[in-house]
Design a protein around this ligand. Structure first.
Ligand SMILES: [Ca+2]
Length: 228
């Protein structure tokens, strides 16, 4: 017969071990399931003749969304930096190429995880959504669309982190202002092509036609929502 004290001791050890096991597995299960998240982003365009009356074009639209999830080793565009060929073509023509190739190269080099490619907005105001996967090793999202028609104007986010304190954000709203890619010097929506030579750094447009009654007026929002 074992002494009651011994039995209690054994039971206590077994109890602690199984508790530790449960914690170990629930922790790894948690990390596993949370390593990759799925998000939906909705581009809500508000740009209209009411918000931006000056020279407002008759066919206001936005080109197809294009972007990537990536790590900090790659930047596809940044205010104050020159536009890549991909950003130039997106901003001037609404083309996804060669930005597509720049993203593919980043994926091949291990700097990007997923490519985001979706529809545009055929007529602004309007909205469009797309969903994508993102990983904790690649927690940044870059996503752009051309303000069209325009010389080289676009909206988007660059290296926006969806991870805060190692947790996925459930909802994030980004107010979108128009940027100038610095590659065409036209000053109105429908200006003829006028290449900027040499190119200038990307900058937020704080003048006409986005300066409305003394306020730089946004053209829409991106809303990122975690769906799983
Ligand atoms: Ca320009």
């Amino acid at each position: 017969m074992m002494k009651p004290l011994k039995i209690v001791l054994i039971l206590a050890i077994v109890g602690i071990l199984s508790l530790a096991l449960v914690f170990y597995y629930s922790d790894s299960y948690y990390s596993e399931s949370e390593n990759i998240a799925e998000y939906e982003v909705t581009f809500e365009a508000t740009w209209s003749s009411e918000t931006h009356p000056e020279d407002f074009p008759p066919n206001p639209h936005f080109s197809g969304l294009i972007g990537a999830t990536h790590n900090s080793k790659v930047t596809f565009w940044e205010e104050g930096q020159l536009a890549s060929p991909g950003i130039k073509n997106m901003a001037e023509k609404g083309s996804k190429n060669p930005l597509n190739s720049e993203i593919d190269a980043a994926i091949q080099n291990g700097y990007a995880f997923t490519k985001l490619s979706g529809g545009g907005i055929a007529r602004s105001p309007g909205s469009v959504s797309l969903s994508f996967n993102i990983s904790k090793d690649f927690p940044f999202v870059t996503l752009v669309s051309m303000v069209a028609p325009s010389p080289d104007w676009f909206v988007g986010v660059s290296s926006l982190s969806l991870l805060e304190n190692n947790r996925w954000v459930t909802n994030k709203v980004v107010i979108l202002y128009a940027y100038d890619a610095g590659t065409d010097s036209g000053t109105t929506y429908t200006s003829p092509d006028l290449p900027t030579n040499p190119p200038e750094p990307i900058n937020r447009i704080e003048t006409s036609p986005f300066l409305v009654d003394g306020t730089v007026t946004p053209v829409g929002t991106f809303t990122f929502t975690k769906i799983s």
